[in-house]
Ligand binder design. Structure first.
Ligand code: HSE
Length: 387
C-alpha cells in the first residue's frame, strides 16, 4: 500500500511478545506511526490500542498499511503474511524461519502485489546488515558473506573463553537474558544461524538456496578442552557462517571455527554479531552490533517501517535464481576431537594434540559428511575449522 502522508503509518502488530513488546513501546513514543491493532489470542488490557484475536478484521481494514509479523514460527505466521501481502499491505517481519524456508515464494508474492517485504531483524538482531548488503548490491557484485550470526552461541563461547564458565551455565545465562530461541537446541545445533545464512546468501547472490542443503555443524558438543586447545594455538572458537559464489553454484556452510586471536571475529563479545561482506571493489566490510535481544531487534523492525514510510516498496533484491550448494572446493585443516579413531581420520592426521587432532586440509563437504556419519555431536565429539 502506498503512503498517505496526511496521517501516521497504521500498523497491525502480529504478536506482542519479546520483540513485539519492544516495537509497541517504540511506536508509543512517535507521532508518525500508530498501532492500529495488536493481534493476540489473549486479552491485553495493559495495551493502549485495539486488541483482536481475529486476523480477518485486520486484513480487511483498508486503513492498515503495514503488518509487522513478530509471532515467529511457521503457522499461522505464514498464512497471515501471505494474506497481508495479497491484501496489498507491506509486511515487516523478524521471522527468519519463514524467510529462509519460503524465501522465493514470499519475495514473489510481495513483488506481484507491489508492496514492501522487509526482514532486516531476521538477520543480525539490531544490525542494519541486510540494508547495507542491499546498498552494496546497488554498486557492485558481492563475492562473499561471512560472520557470526547467532548471539546465544557467541555469548556461550565468549563466556566459556573469557570467564571459564561451564557450557550449561553460559547457556542458562543466555536464556535468562532473552537471547536464546524458545527451544535453544536451534541455537546450539546451528539451525538458527543457518536460516540467517540462507537469507543473507539469497540476497547477496540473487539466488534461492534450499536450507537443508546448507552444511551445518553446531556447538552442542563443545567442552572446555576444545576452548583450551584453541587458546594454545592463539585462537578463539566462534560459530562462523560462510557463503561465496563458486562457478554458478554457491558454497554455503556453518561450522565452529578457530579464529586467530588478531582477527575481528575473534574479539566479538557476548551476544554481539559481526557480519562481513566482500565486494569486488570495496574488499571486506564488516557490520557489528547486538545480534539478539528485545530492543535491538525491535529497533531493526522500526527502521524497516521508517524505510517504508520514506517510500520504499520492495524487497532487498528481485533476483530469484535457484542455486545448488556445493562445498567440495573449499579445503581447510580441522581440529577434531572424537571418541575412537577410524580409518578416514587416521589417514588425515597432521598433528596430535593433548585433546584432539589437527587434520591435513580437507574439503568442507567431506569432513561434514564424515561427522554426520560418525554422529560426532551425539557421541560427544567436536570439530572446528582452522581459519
Ligand atoms: N536466538 C537468536 C540468537 C535470536 O541468539 O541470535 C536472534 O535471532
Amino acid at each position: 500500500m502506498l503512503w498517505r502522508e496526511d496521517r501516521p503509518m497504521r500498523i497491525a502488530l502480529l504478536g506482542c511478545g519479546t520483540v513485539g513488546g519492544g516495537v509497541y513501546e517504540f511506536v508509543q513514543e512517535r507521532t508518525d506511526m500508530e498501532i492500529a491493532y495488536v493481534l493476540s489470542r489473549r486479552p491485553r488490557p495493559e495495551l493502549n490500542c485495539p486488541v483482536t484475536s481475529d486476523f480477518s478484521r485486520i486484513v480487511s481494514d483498508p486503513t492498515v498499511d503495514t503488518a509487522i509479523e513478530v509471532m515467529g514460527g511457521r503457522q499461522p505466521a505464514y498464512e497471515y503474511m501471505c494474506a497481508a501481502l495479497r491484501a496489498g499491505k507491506n509486511v515487516v517481519t523478524a521471522n527468519k524461519q519463514l524467510m529462509s524456508e519460503r524465501y522465493g515464494e514470499l519475495v514473489q508474492l510481495a513483488r506481484e502485489n507491489h508492496v514492501a517485504l522487509r526482514c532486516s531483524a531476521a538477520v543480525g538482531g539490531g544490525i542494519r546488515w541486510l540494508t547495507n548488503l542491499e546498498s552494496t548490491l546497488d554498486m557492485e557484485p558481492v563475492l562473499r558473506v561471512s560472520g557470526i550470526m547467532n548471539g546465544t552461541t557467541n555469548y556461550i563461547l565468549d563466556t566459556m573463553t573469557t570467564s571459564g564458565l561451564k557450557f550449561e551455565d553460559a547457556l542458562r545465562q543466555a536464556q535468562a537474558l532473552g537471547y536464546a530461541e524458545v527451544d535453544p537446541t536451534e541455537d546450539l545445533n546451528g539451525a538458527d544461524a543457518r536460516r540467517k545464512l540462507v537469507i543473507s546468501t539469497n540476497v547477496a547472490f540473487g539466488c534461492v538456496v534450499q536450507e537443508p542443503e546448507v552444511t551445518t555443524f553446531g556447538i552442542a558438543g563443545i567442552r572446555a578442552c576444545d576452548i583450551g586447545a584453541a587458546r594454545k594455538m592463539h585462537r578463539v572458537v566462534k560459530l562462523m557462517a560462510s557463503a561465496r559464489l563458486d562457478s554458478g553454484d554457491v558454497a554455503c556452510y556453518l561450522e565452529p571455527a578457530m579464529m586467530p586471536q588478531g582477527m575481528h571475529e575473534a574479539a566479538v563479545p557476548e551476544n554481539f554479531n559481526l557480519i562481513s561482506i566482500t565486494g569486488m571493489h570495496i574488499g571486506k566490510q564488516s557490520f557489528y552490533g547486538q545480534g539478539a535481544g528485545r530492543f535491538p531487534t525491535a529497533y531493526n523492525v522500526m527502521q524497516d517501517c521508517l524505510d517504508i514510510r520514506n517510500g520504499l516498496t520492495r524487497f532487498y533484491t528481485d533476483k530469484l535464481r535457484p542455486a545448488r550448494v556445493d562445498n567440495s572446493s573449499i579445503m581447510r585443516p580441522y581440529y577434531v576431537r572424537v571418541n575412537g579413531m577410524d580409518r578416514w581420520l587416521q589417514t588425515r592426521i597432521d598433528k596430535m594434540l593433548d585433546c584432539g587432532i589437527i587434520t591435513t586440509p580437507v574439503a568442507v563437504s567431506e569432513i561434514h559428511a564424515w561427522a554426520r556419519e560418525r554422529k560426532l555431536t551425539e557421541t560427544g565429539g567436536f570439530l572446528a575449522s582452522l581459519r
